[in-house]
Each structure stands twice: as structure tokens, then as C-alpha cells.
Unconditional design. Structure first.
Length: 202
């Protein structure tokens, strides 16, 4: 499983402490004092890295973006296997859902967006990039005659993501299931079979 890019120990302690603080209090009500106390660093060290809560919050969002940018590798070579490609995509998306730190940051982001605190335009572009790459991959397979052409590539991507997230991302995010309870092999095979059955040209 991929891990978040390694940072210095003190920096990592601060980010982990900020994740817990934001998760329980939200960004607005979060306390910088509690963050540096939980991280077991001095206030001077905290403010050296992160002068405000907003900078801390942006850094956490960027952790998700860095993970996505490093994780989503699409094989755009002509004639590449549809089955292998979709399985690789499924495993990458499941891997994201199983990462506790990333899932907690996602919870924070969603909570803040409900309060009208949105990621920057640049962050939203980066966030959408992985989804757009998947759409482009579907379009390539349509052009090769491997995936059906009578359904828009974006619609295929949206439906497929909804099916996969219903089995992994949303139950974990909402706390309805523990990750140890997930049958990863079954979910992978089921999502792959769904895509092949629904969208592969017969």
C-alpha cells in the first residue's frame, strides 16, 4: 500500500495532530495550542512550519492531491488490456479508501465544504485531474472499439465510480464498516465484472 510522502518527524507529528484536531473541532474552532501540545512540539516549531490554521489545512489537502497524482497511472498505450487496466484502477481507488490518514483528511474537507470553506481553484483542478484521466482512458478504449461508444465516457466514469464507492469509500467514510471487514478480493472482482459486463463491446 502506498503511504503519504515522508516528511520530517516533527512536521509529520504536526500534520497528524492537526488532522485529529480538525476532524474533531473543524478548522474554525481548532486550537493551535492543542495542535502543538498533541504533536509534542513547541509553539515556535509549529508556527515555523505553519503560521496559521489555514496553511495547515491547505497542506493536508495537498497531501491528498500528492497521493492522487502519484497513484493514478493510466496505460494510454494503444491495445493495452482493458481488463488489466480497469483492475489496476479499482485497486488504486480501494487503496485510497483504506488509508486512514487520507480518509480522515477527506472527512475534514467534506465537513469544511459544508461550511462553504472550499479548496482553492488550483486544488480543485488537481483534485479533478485523476477523474478526468479516467474519462480520457475510457475515451481511448472507445476509440479502439473495446468500450461501447453509445454511452458518454464521462457517464461511464461517473456510474463506475458510484458503484465502487458504494462498496468501499462511502461505508468507510460514514463509519458503517471497518476496513478489516471489507472483502477486497470480492469487491475488486465484482467491480471489474460490472465494468466489463456493462461497457465492454461484445
Amino acid at each position: 500500500m502506498r503511504v503519504i510522502k515522508k516528511k520530517t518527524d516533527k512536521n509529520r507529528q504536526i500534520l497528524d495532530a492537526a488532522t485529529l484536531e480538525f476532524l474533531h473541532k473543524g478548522v474554525e474552532s481548532a486550537s493551535m495550542q492543542r495542535i502543538y501540545e498533541t504533536a509534542e512540539v513547541s509553539s515556535r516549531t509549529l508556527y515555523k512550519y505553519y503560521p496559521t490554521k489555514e496553511v495547515l489545512y491547505d497542506t493536508l489537502i495537498n497531501e491528498i492531491l500528492e497521493y492522487l497524482e502519484e497513484s493514478y497511472q493510466f496505460d494510454f498505450s494503444k491495445g493495452s488490456s482493458l481488463e488489466d487496466g480497469i483492475e489496476r484502477i479499482i485497486k488504486t481507488k480501494i487503496e485510497f479508501s483504506l488509508n486512514d490518514s487520507l480518509l480522515n483528511i477527506t472527512k475534514i474537507m467534506m465537513g469544511e465544504m459544508l461550511k462553504s470553506r472550499y479548496p482553492s481553484d488550483e486544488q480543485m483542478l488537481r483534485l479533478n485531474k485523476s477523474e478526468l484521466l479516467f474519462v480520457e482512458w475510457v475515451k481511448l478504449k472507445q476509440a479502439e472499439g473495446i468500450v461501447v461508444k453509445d454511452i458518454d465516457a464521462a457517464d461511464i466514469a461517473n456510474k463506475f465510480h458510484a458503484v465502487l464507492k458504494a462498496d468501499t469509500f462511502w461505508p468507510l467514510l460514514m463509519g458503517r464498516i471497518e476496513k478489516e471487514e471489507l472483502d477486497i478480493d470480492r469487491i475488486t472482482k465484482s467491480a471489474k465484472a460490472f465494468f466489463i459486463k456493462m461497457y465492454k463491446n461484445k
